[in-house]
Design a protein around this ligand. Structure first.
Ligand SMILES: Nc1ncnc2c1ncn2[C@@H]1O[C@H](COP(=O)(O)OP(=O)(O)O)[C@@H](O)[C@H]1O
Ligand SMILES: [Mg+2]
Length: 273
């Protein structure tokens, strides 16, 4: 990684599709016959799923169906009970600790609770991954932090504590931190949970803009129907621990995949559109 080069040459006005088009389709991460357990409790069974460069993949399913568990396997926080997870062409299970660190630096994660350090300013929070994973000087780190806060529209809030921000701003701050090391692959766990609809809509727009500008591949766990319709190129639908469907949303309706159709119908009736 060459962050100085990146910073000096970054053109934030790149056309939205310029970068995402270049190698669409390449598999960046893959679950192969993944089974996940907590003790004897099987949560996911025989999941095979590809994440492809440039796409926004949403992972859906009811509460407790294993979405976060799947994410934890993709980012190497959990080890499969059976099957395997490949990331950038490497099997997590075959990597030593140094190799795992390199892979982790290429993945951004926006955790559900934001996970910001409450006693530290936004600038300090965003600097954390840069201090942990790079040897960049304080001066360069400060410049990268400014750029990242600018990308999420928070440059004016660099000196604020998380508690001084709205929920939407905190999510964007978490996003700036997740993007600090210029990841290729970004995972977001229920980013719009707890946000009002306009704020949630704005966060979706931001994710799509960043995807276009940075050539990101984005995996979003969500059960917000409106959000799925706005951002998803593909959906992966978990039902009773199995992957009930993987493909375009329209295809799920065309093929009348029942768990998916029910999920959307019930969601619309309950007003989560
Ligand atoms: N650390 C854990 N220990 C034991 N069971 C867990 C743990 N984390 C999650 N579970 C269980 O695994 C299932 C799936 O959880 P999770 O992946 O968090 O679901 P989701 O993100 O879809 O709501 C749930 O039944 C949950 O209670
Ligand atoms: Mg979850």
């Amino acid at each position: 990684m060459n962050l100085i080069f990146y910073y000096e040459n970054m053109d934030v006005s790149l056309s939205p599709t310029a970068l995402t088009r270049q190698a669409d389709g390449e598999v960046l991460a893959r679950a192969r016959n993944l089974t996940a357990r907590y003790g004897k409790h099987t949560v996911l069974s025989d999941i095979s799923l590809d994440i492809r460069r440039g796409e926004v993949l949403t992972i859906l399913g009811g509460s407790g169906c294993g979405k976060t568990t799947l994410l934890k396997h993709f980012i190497g926080l959990m080890t499969p009970a059976e099957g395997s997870i490949e990331i950038f062409g490497r099997d997590w299970g075959t990597l030593d600790e140094a190799e795992r660190e390199v892979i982790r630096a290429r993945i951004g994660v926006l955790f559900q609770n934001g996970a910001l350090l409450g006693s530290k300013t936004l600038a300090v929070n965003v600097a954390v991954p840069l201090e942990m994973h790079t040897n960049l000087s304080d001066d360069v780190i400060a410049r990268v932090v400014r750029l990242k806060l600018h990308q999420v529209g928070l440059e004016q809030a660099a000196g604020n504590l998380p508690s001084e921000l709205s929920g939407g701003m905190r999510k964007r701050a978490g996003l700036a931190r997740a993007l600090a090391l210029d990841p290729q692959l970004l995972f977001c766990d229920e980013p719009s949970a707890g946000l009002d609809p306009p704020t949630s809509h704005a966060l979706d727009d931001l994710l799509l803009r960043l995807r276009g500008q940075l050539g990101l591949t984005i995996v979003v766990i969500t059960h917000e129907i409106a959000s799925i319709k706005r951002i998803a190129d593909k959906i992966a639908f978990l039902d009773k621990g199995r992957l009930a469907f993987h493909g375009a949303l329209q295809q799920a309706f065309d093929e009348n995949i029942q768990p998916v159709v029910r999920f959307f119908k019930e969601g619309e009736i309950n007003g989560s559109v």
